[in-house]
Design a protein around this ligand. Structure first.
Ligand code: AGP
Length: 599
């Protein structure tokens, strides 16, 4: 339970434990915070045991209920218990096949499907390690699995693919956890695992094999973090950790949304396809960073679907007597799913007859519940108040929705939807490339620690990125910052330019179809001529910016509409580093709350 408490930041919508007592597996699980489980166990304690698994959940499939909480039992005799982090992309097909075989499911989770698969495999081979090895090849997606079986007391078997798992080697005790925070109170000797490995632990230690059955090696290391640092994965704060989580946040949000043929499949949407085909206007409503994600998405959604798409601040939408009817699709974007301004706008939109889809990062929250359907981002819990990985996941989810509508409506871009999904699939690696090259950005931030004002310029999809960059700097470093559409400069803002004024400029790709690259380079020239200090974010190979840039931050070549997933990252790191250099609380900035649940 102490280990679960240390992992609670990773997921806190339900929790559970399973242990082996005599011939049986005994479980206890509760929706809500870990405290609910602790209270339940205080009422009715579990028997003593030396073999146990525990889980705190961040729901991806199925609402946070007692039934959907982990562990899940497998087999008719319920002798096997399993916990899982990640997303099994092909669980629908696996579940249908098991139902055909007469298996009955208690929950709607992808995890229970794995528990049943593992139990069926165990019944055939009679060994939990081999049973695990037999099934991991059938699973697609990202997963960390831990299982126990009553017939093998003293054994816990784990498996991992694209999801974290570390082993703790104690003195006559062995542990596994999603990160070292789980067992750092008991041992600092850890084993790092490689991809596609299965670990079997007993009191004697850990045995590792690869998915193909060959012997594997763990990389031993000594954990010198304290427990708090361990929760942040060794990063100085949750915001730095979440910025570095972004490749996974985008990759996990893409998981399970296309079928074998590469076509988009959004069966979680549950809105009649005919209604979606009849939509003649889309209105995106959100606040803050979520609204900027919507502004980015507008360019893509209109381009792919040819449906007019407005983006409206939720707190304005409600009071401007909007033109909304049964053919309007309202998309509410919210990380927390509890933002009151957005919730009230959702309710208003439904009163006006619109269908509402929530794009949300928090299962079981209010906004998805009040909407007709939900398309969840899979960014994992976002702890830092300033939103980063949720922003990228929101853009990704909006693109998935836009491509799905284009595919459904057979528009010009229906056949290209798969090409765009492939490009999106390459984005996590490009985000990682950007993350690996930001030392200079950190130096610039520390150098600018006393700056009083920073401007951000962008155009097309770069314009909302400029707004988001300014918001990050405002809310983290408490510095006046403003984002502009670069084309707006001559209409007033250029009066702000004076010697030394720092200006970030997000430059479109020279290959962009819209041809705005040269116009933005001209804007850089104009402000540089008036003394601005130009910090330019430009694509690899773009030499046109060199003569006018005091600093150049490079991002990999990527399609125009996907560029925001890369160009925002240096701005996030800049704001985070500058705030840290000022000694400010990056995770909990003054005056702000993670979820604004009042109007
Ligand atoms: C973003 O960094 C801010 N924390 C804030 O603008 C946030 O995006 C906004 O309050 C919306 O929150 P939501 O996504 O949870 O609805």
């Amino acid at each position: 339970m102490e280990g679960l408490a240390r992992l609670e930041y990773r997921g806190y919508d339900s929790a559970g434990v399973a242990l082996i007592a005599g011939e049986h597996v005994v479980t206890a699980k509760r929706a809500g915070k870990l405290a609910n489980l602790v209270a339940a166990l205080a009422q009715e304690s579990l028997p003593e045991s030396g073999t146990a698994i525990g889980h705190t959940r961040w729901a991806t499939h199925g609402a946070p209920t007692d039934e959907n909480a982990h562990p899940h039992l497998g087999g008719e005799d319920g002798k096997l218990a399993l916990i899982h982090n990640g997303i099994i992309e092909n669980f629908h097909g696996l579940r249908a096949a098991l139902i055909e075989e007469g298996i009955h499911f208690q929950s709607e989770t992808d995890t229970e499907v794995v528990a049943q698969l593992l139990a069926r495999s165990y019944d055939k081979v009679g060994d939990l390690t081999e049973a695990m090895r037999q099934i991991v090849g059938e699973l697609k997606g990202a997963f960390t699995l831990l299982a126990v079986h009553a017939d093998q007391p003293g054994v816990v078997v784990g498996a991992r693919r694209n999801s974290p798992l570390v082993v703790g080697i104690g003195d006559g005790e062995t542990y596994m956890g999603s990160d070292v925070a789980a067992f750092i109170g008991y041992t600092r000797e850890a084993l790092e695992l490689a991809q596609d490995q299965i670990v079997t632990i007993t009191t004697a230690g850990a045995t590792i094999i690869n998915f193909d059955g060959t012997p594997g090696q763990g990389k031993a290391y000594h954990v010198d973090w304290d427990a708090a640092a361990a929760q942040k994965g060794g990063f100085p704060n949750f915001m730095a950790k979440e910025i570095n989580d972004q490749p996974h946040a985008v990759a996990d949000t893409l998981l399970g949304r296309t079928n074998e043929a590469g076509a988009l499949v959004l069966d979680e949407l549950r809105i009649d396809e005919a209604e979606l085909r009849a939509v003649d206007k889309i209105v995106i409503i959100a606040c803050g960073t979520a609204a900027y994600a919507g502004m980015v998405a507008k360019y893509a959604i209109e381009h792919w679907t040819r449906i007019p798409c407005e983006v409206e601040l939720a707190h304005e939408f409600r009071y401007r007597d909007p033109v909304v009817n049964a053919r309007t699709l309202v998309v509410a974007i919210s990380q927390s799913g509890e933002t009151m301004d957005t919730l009230m706008a959702v309710k208003h939109a439904r009163v006006l007859g619109a269908r509402v889809i929530a794009i949300c990062n928090t299962h079981g929250s209010t906004i998805p519940r009040e909407s007709d359907a939900a398309l969840y981002t899979h960014a994992g819990p976002e702890i830092a108040v300033a939103s980063t990985k949720a922003f990228l996941a929101q853009i990704t989810a909006c693109y998935i929705l836009g491509l799905y509508l284009a595919q459904l409506r057979g528009g010009t871009y229906a056949d290209e939807a798969q090409a765009v999904m492939r490009d999106l699939g390459e984005t996590p690696a490009k985000i990682q490339t950007v993350l690996d090259g930001l030392d200079r950005v950190r130096e610039i931030a520390r150098f600018m620690v006393d700056t009083r004002s920073v401007l951000f310029l962008g155009r097309h999809v770069g314009y909302p990125v400029a707004l988001e960059g300014a918001l990050k700097l405002k809310e983290l470093a408490y510095i006046h910052a403003e984002g502009f559409a670069a084309g707006e400069l001559k209409h007033g803002p250029i009066a702000l330019i004076e010697a030394g004024q720092p200006v970030f400029v997000i430059v479109p790709s020279p290959h962009s179809e819209h041809g705005l690259h040269d116009k933005v380079v001209s804007s850089i020239q104009e402000i540089r001529a008036r003394g601005a200090r130009t910090i330019v974010i430009a694509e690899e190979g773009d030499e046109d910016v060199v003569p006018f840039a005091d600093e150049i931050i490079r991002v990999p070549v990527t399609p125009t509409l996907l560029a925001p997933l890369l160009t925002v990252v240096p701005l996030q790191v800049f704001a985070c580093e500058l705030a840290s250099a000022k000694g400010l609380d990056v995770d909990q900035p003054r005056n702000l709350a993670k979820s604004v649940t009042v109007e």
